[in-house]
Design a protein. Structure first.
Length: 597
């Protein structure tokens, strides 16, 4: 870190407590007056969870949130666990300190909801072998043995879980045998292929050191006459771990071997595992809470160097570590390099790291601040999603404070339950501007919650993206996207062939249509300790065909498919074979390869 950044950090070290982390008139306002929409909603997002069979209230720790581990919440994962072509939903669930210590049972259970292909879901958790009493946090999905079905890793507070998919709709838990149990406080995990050998490796983020026999004091701070938990910086962080796959789904700890910081003490959350610099080599970004972010850039194959500070993505523009939680990835400036939107704590701005094209990024947060002051919110899950299929991705942020005591403060200065933010891209004279419109989307969308996870998928196969949401001590929500549209779409599911991992994690999919180029990145994790639908989704507006589709596979090899390519369907692209199948409204048909001349 440079001299100026160090001085800035020292100057800010004694700043106000995190409850007071914003100007009173901005971040400390009491409950705002009701919002009155001025016109029709820009998006129609209908809450349908219970109506379609998703009925789970998650729990994380004790109701008063006396310790940090009670506040971090649980994540979600969209994936097709049984290979029937319909995407299913896994919901992690939490526990309590007493249950974790073994002094009481943990009645909380995760849920796996099978998509029945008719818009409804069925609870198949027990049948699938996923009924765990662990304190679940962040799920990660990947085909660890390249056998064609998706395996599930669940980062936990306590020993982590690895469920190998048996290929018959059931799973077998094998974390200890693999061995990737890693028994710390580990919120997040992500699969990717660091050594480009065709199998998926695993990165796990660690949050803090925690001794079950001598746990941190409950309600360890008193702020403005409120008893609240200790802050992240009152705890010692813990080192993340990197596990390398031997090709059979068995892992070994390669943290030191590959150059990762084995003794770092950051508070890790969400991970982005992909080629961040377009040099063909995978990199890893880790969003950290109250400690500098980490960016492991591959200098050569299977060897990384931590360079977040010199790349401009470690701390805020004034050199201050922020409380980074969630990460959304997009190509906002069309340079084929990932840009990162990172959510932060109340009193801080959400960061928008836009690539400069030279291995550095600039925080262009003011683009979003002009639309709405994110300093008023505590941000967690975040996704980019083209909700109206017009070719511009919206940015959704799920918010919620960590101290429920705020709701009882008189006069109330801060909100515990918080509404989401939804930024819509608009173009004026060729320049993009962002408009925040969550409150215009109706009461259910604008409701205040203790939000944490957000994961996107087109679960009903109608061509637009839907959103699943998790709250702390609240019901799982599912926003079905009912926005009227006449625009077209295309989804792309990639499949790697050795030496490319079968999931194609680390790939970039680019289309050209209607005079516009769009790119999506195929990732093994994202949002906030969540796993999105890995099918690349493109809104096409009025374009009725796609002119060109390009897949840049891990390692940098490009596969170009020339158009015209039909739209309003999902294409399955296999490395070296091009388009091998398509699916329309959930019905898949195989496509024979062209005859050799």
């Amino acid at each position: 870190m440079g001299f100026v950044a160090v001085i800035a950090c020292l100057a800010l070290a004694c700043q106000a407590d995190d409850l007071d982390n914003g100007p009173p008139g901005e971040a400390g306002a009491a409950v705002p007056p009701p919002f009155v929409p001025s016109g029709p909603p820009p998006f129609i997002l209908t809450e349908v969870a219970k109506a379609v069979g998703i009925d789970l209230t998650t729990n994380c720790g004790e109701p008063g949130k006396p310790r940090l581990i009670d506040q971090t919440g649980t994540g979600l994962a969209w994936f097709d666990y049984d290979g029937d072509g319909w995407i299913d939903l896994y919901c992690a669930n939490g526990s309590t300190l007493a249950a974790w210590q073994g002094s009481e049972p943990n009645p909380r259970r995760p849920r796996l909801y099978k998509n029945q292909g008719d818009g409804t879901f069925a609870d198949v958790t027990e049948k699938a072998g996923l009924l765990s009493d662990r304190w679940g946090a962040g799920p990660a999905v990947g085909d660890i043995d390249n056998d064609g079905d998706s395996d599930l890793y669940v980062a936990c507070v306590g020993p982590n879980l690895l469920y190998r998919n048996n290929g018959d709709g059931t799973f077998t838990e094998e974390a200890a045998a693999k061995p990737v149990a890693f028994p710390g406080v580990t919120p997040g995990a992500a699969f990717g292929d660091l050594d480009l050998d065709g199998d998926l490796d695993l990165y796990v983020s660690a949050y803090l050191k925690f001794d079950l026999k001598i746990p941190p004091k409950a309600y360890g701070r008193r702020v403005r006459e409120l008893d609240v938990s200790l802050a992240p910086n009152d705890h010692t962080g813990a080192p993340d771990r990197y596990f390398q796959n031997d090709g059979r789904g068995v892992f070994s700890d390669a943290t030191r071997k590959c150059g990762f910081l084995a003794n770092e003490a950051e508070h890790g959350f969400t991970i982005v595992f992909t080629d961040m610099t377009a040099d063909g080599l995978p990199d890893i970004f880790v969003a950290n809470d109250r400690t500098p972010n980490l960016f492991y850039r591959s200098r050569k194959l299977n060897s990384v160097e931590e360079v977040a500070d010199e790349c401009g993505i470690a701390v805020s523009p004034i050199g201050k570590p922020q409380a980074c939680m969630g990460v959304a990835t997009a190509d906002l400036n069309d340079d084929l390099i990932p840009d990162l939107f990172v959510t932060n704590f109340q009193g801080e701005h959400n960061a928008a790291y836009i690539s400069n094209g030279d291995g550095t990024w600039e925080d262009c947060f003011k683009e979003f601040q002009r639309a709405c002051q994110s300093r008023m919110f505590v941000g967690w899950g975040t996704v980019f999603a083209d909700l109206e299929c017009d070719g511009d991705e919206e940015c959704l942020i799920i918010n919620g404070h960590v101290n429920p005591q705020l709701e009882t403060e008189v006069p109330q200065r801060y909100l515990y339950l918080q509404r989401p933010l939804l930024y819509r891209a608009e173009h004026v004279n060729g320049k993009r501007t962002w408009v925040e419109c969550a409150q215009e989307c109706g009461e259910k969308v604008a409701e205040r919650h203790s939000g944490r996870g957000a994961a996107i998928a087109d679960y009903d196969e109608d061509g637009d993206l839907d959103v699943a949401l998790s709250d702390v001590d609240g019901p799982i929500r599912l926003w079905r996207n009912d926005t009227p549209r006449t625009s077209h779409f295309l989804k792309v599911k990639v499949e790697g062939v050795a030496p490319t991992n079968r999931d194609g994690y680390g790939s970039r999919v680019t289309i050209e249509a209607g005079g516009k180029r769009q790119s999506r990145f195929i990732l093994g994790a994202g949002s906030y300790i969540c796993h999105n639908d890995v099918r690349a989704h493109f809104g096409l507006g009025a374009a009725e065909t796609v002119d060109r589709l390009t897949v840049c596979w891990p390692g940098g090899k490009q596969e170009v498919i020339e158009g015209p390519i039909a739209v309003d369907r999902t294409l399955f692209v296999r490395a070296g074979s091009g388009i091998v199948a398509q699916s329309v409204a959930g019905k898949r048909t195989e496509i024979a390869p062209p005859a050799k001349q």
